[in-house]
Design a protein around this ligand. Structure first.
Ligand SMILES: [Zn+2]
Length: 278
């Protein structure tokens, strides 16, 4: 078993909609090949602050990324920094705010669109800035980085679900259709990744309200899914609510690298054993 990780963060995906509309991923849960958890997002339930939460395992009050409008490099140690320090390769196909947090801020739309530079925290990056950049293209960007550069940690971040949620609300036909669509795209790639022995983590930054926004404290805005497809995690449906701060150290465990000093220690139910960190 390799210790490579693919993390897919489906922007703006509510837990309840992930439960009912991701048919193939839920098939893996039914077939005892995936674990399914509910995560409670940190606050504020906004994108840029939660990208920083997911990637550094620190809270907004600690890391200072308290609003979408804070455009600067992160001061924390991210999964990109950690993988690089440990001699691993990383890659990301993500919204440009991720590049602004870890590689360069503000984003230069020409120079920063494709970043192939091993000296940067994100070593192989492909970034988009239009919220309607198709999820199909984003997943193709990610898969092409994977095939070309063979990263140990690949971060994939599609925006389509969030966009439809903000336009039409979480109870709309359009939002559900977009969740179905990302499910179909994942159904084409996840089997390939499984065959190649990746640990696969699928989650979201925040949910979505019925009225098409997020940032507050309601269940719809805060509850997001976490699926793990990994030989290290017992398949099944878990009731315990997982803190979002636990995702970054979990990825470290799967990668078999030391988490940063600021990351919380949390034992995920179903994790087969304490992995040996070396
Ligand atoms: Zn978001």
């Amino acid at each position: 078993m390799s210790n490579k990780v693919i993390a897919v963060v489906i922007d703006g995906l509510r837990y309840d909609k992930a439960s009912e509309a991701l048919g193939y991923i839920q098939h893996l849960v039914e077939a005892n090949q995936a674990a399914f958890y509910k995560v409670k997002s940190e606050l504020p339930s906004l994108s840029r602050p939660l990208y920083e939460v997911l990637l550094t395992g620190t809270k907004a009050s600690e890391n200072g990324i308290t609003a979408n409008q804070i455009v600067r490099l992160s001061k924390e140690k991210s999964l990109f920094h950690l993988t690089k320090e440990n001699g691993l390769r990383n890659a990301a196909a993500a919204y440009y705010w991720v590049s602004e947090l870890y590689n360069r801020a503000p984003f230069d739309f020409i120079e920063d669109r494709l970043q192939i530079d091993e000296s940067k925290p994100i070593q192989y990056g492909s970034f988009y800035w239009e919220d309607d950049y198709p999820d199909s293209h984003l997943l193709a960007d990610a898969e092409s980085l994977r095939r070309k550069y063979n990263p140990d940690f690949l971060y994939i971040h599609p925006m389509g679900v969030d966009l439809k949620g903000e336009q039409f609300g979480s109870e709309s036909k359009e939002y559900r259709e977009q969740v179905l669509r990302i499910g179909q795209l994942l159904a084409q790639l996840v089997p390939i990744w499984m065959k190649e022995g990746y640990h696969i983590v699928i989650t979201s930054d925040h949910g979505m309200s019925e009225s098409g926004n997020h940032g507050g404290t309601t269940q719809g805005e805060r509850e997001v899914p976490l699926f793990i497809i990994s030989s290290e995690v017992e398949p099944g449906v878990y009731e315990e609510e997982v803190p979002q701060l636990a995702i970054a150290p979990l990825v470290c465990q799967l990668l078999e690298i030391e988490p940063s000093e600021k990351m919380i220690s949390y034992t995920l139910p179903g994790l087969k054993k304490e992995k040996v960190i070396h």
